[in-house]
Write a protein that binds this ligand. Structure first.
Ligand code: NAP
Length: 246
């Protein structure tokens, strides 16, 4: 999959799934912008990416703030002059049962996970529309399809990301911009390391492939969706979940 001369922006890519995506795209030739709220870690990750031989830069980004997104865009265009790929990966959890969920936890999850995708997509798609080409991949979740007790805010945000993906796919298709989503199941990262062994084991029992996924499993699906192998695919949701939801 040759991504040479392509520029990829990956949000929330200082660590976890986003970092695996950024490294995978870089190993396949893309130049990367590592954008994350954790500026220091983003800088370290960009340093690791440069060892692949691709170019990398880091940007402080809060996806929930339009001004921060606009600043990021300017910085990236100053350096690379174009954007071919946007991966909307930044996301958080603030879990609680719905009746006990605090308003601030509802708001922060929706603002980062859903409004953040809107903010970045709207800003970057203007650039892609002028170029008349682009690929956008949104990282959703299987809980956006099936719901999950204790995650009213998170599952609503990810369901929203899936609907937003389909709408953007319809609106941007005429400009040769494909928009798809990847819905991971239970992937081993810091986000899931927080869960108790009991909760993890109960999840594994529901997975036909009987193990947790790795960040690289999600990255491989993203690589397919930004490559020439998927040029006739748009508005789709690819589950990377070991068969958990089918
Ligand atoms: P992670 O390890 O927590 O990494 C997420 C990164 O995004 C962190 O570096 C985080 O920085 C950053 N971030 C948080 N808020 C941000 C903001 N407002 N603007 C920019 N960056 C921000 O999470 P992950 O497990 O890799 O998850 C990545 C994506 O996959 C998320 O969208 C998540 O919902 C989705 N996903 C994960 C799983 C899973 O099992 N892990 C399953 C389904 C879907 P801080 O650490 O400083 O907050």
């Amino acid at each position: 999959m040759d991504l040479k001369d392509k520029v990829a922006v990956v949000t929330g890519s200082a660590q976890g799934i986003g970092k695996a995506i950024a490294l995978t795209l870089a190993r396949n030739g893309a130049d990367i912008a590592v954008c994350d709220i954790d500026e220091e870690l983003a800088g370290q990750t960009a340093g690791e990416i440069e060892k692949t031989g691709s170019r990398a830069m880091s940007c402080k980004l809060d996806v929930s703030q339009i001004s921060s997104v606009e600043e990021m865009l300017k910085k990236i265009l100053d350096k690379y002059n174009k954007i071919d790929i946007l991966v909307n990966n930044a996301g958080i959890t603030r879990d609680a049962l719905m009746i006990r969920m605090k308003e601030k936890d509802w708001d922060s999850v929706l603002n980062i996970n859903l409004k953040g995708v809107f903010n970045c997509t709207r800003a970057v798609s203007r650039v892609m529309m002028k170029q008349r080409s682009g690929r956008i991949v949104n990282i959703a979740s299987v809980v956006g399809i099936m719901g999950n007790a204790g995650q009213a805010n998170y599952s609503a945000s990810k369901g929203g990301v899936i609907a937003l993906t389909k709408t953007c796919a319809r609106e941007l298709a005429g400009r040769n911009i494909n928009v798809n989503a990847v819905a991971p199941g239970f992937i081993r990262t810091r986000m899931t390391d927080k869960l108790t062994d009991e909760v993890k084991n109960s999840f594994v029992k529901t997975i036909p492939l009987a193990k947790l996924g790795q960040p690289e499993d999600v990255a491989d699906a993203v690589l397919f969706l930004v490559s020439g192998l998927s040029k006739y695919i748009t508005g789709q949701v690819i589950k990377v979940d070991g068969g958990m939801v089918m």
